[in-house]
Design a protein around this ligand. Sequence first.
Ligand code: GLV
Length: 325
Amino acid sequence: MPKPKVFVTRIIREKGLDLVKEFCEAEIWPEELPPDRATLLEKVRGVEGILCLLTDRIDAEVLDAAGLQLKVVSNHAVGFDNIAIGEATARGIPVGNTPGILTDATADFAFALLLAAARRLTEAERYLRAGRWVTWGPSTLLGMDLAGKTLGLIGFGRIGQAVAKRAIGFDLRVLYYDPSALPAWNATPVETLDELLRQSDFVSIHTPLTERTRRMVNAEFLAKMKPTAVLVNTARGGVLDQEALYEALKAQRIFAAALDVTDPEPLPLDSPLLTLENCLITPHIASASAYTRDMMAYLAAQNLLAGLKGERLPYCVNPEVYNRA
Ligand code: GLV
């Protein structure tokens, strides 16, 4: 029996790639940068499966370019805002993602950002490297304490809950705003976002990017935060209005921000945010630990192979495809 043809949009970790190679006739995009649009449209033509990254926009045009034999799209990420899910569902194509496995790595990183922004870690290192450390100063590089303060989580899914667990160890009180979340022993729900912003000394974002959350963090949102507050975003760059954040940070209307995600990605080097000492930015690496990336590759491969066999994907974001007559 011929192996199913698939397109893999980047070299993923061997733990997943080996599986794909064993069971598929796989074309694997070998470059460091993602395939450009024209190449993506060409490479998916005639394949039964696509294994893509969050850097690939999979929309109606790509699904149509692939053709009617396309059986599955497997995203090497937990977020899936890069995929037009409604279009895939309308075509009966299941879409897979990689939840769970990256929860701890992402929560660790969100917490690392929170601490780093609160204690001005990257700014302090720049200060040292610039030769500005001339003596121990009683008022040098003063930051914010965590103990006894309040952390507000926007979104209380797997990653938000894992951040709450870490926060308890630092003696933070944890609030969350997430109308769809179940009660938790270690965190208190608030009814409104305004209430969360009013009370929180640290605000960490853990929502997916949807039409509802796009640019949710705007000037109005930032104006409701405490002037001493720290904002952390490890979710998606599109959740935040970067111009509004720049204005708020520059005017010190909030204390600091730490972002692992930006819009666009990569963040252009002439972004005004990069001129600010109170803004820490990392290149979308919250899930970047070797074990986590191995497991993401493995889950993405499992989803792909299940879809090719016509089996239910282990992690499917549009299970309604299975209810169709
Ligand atoms: C990373 O941002 C992911 O969604 O997995």
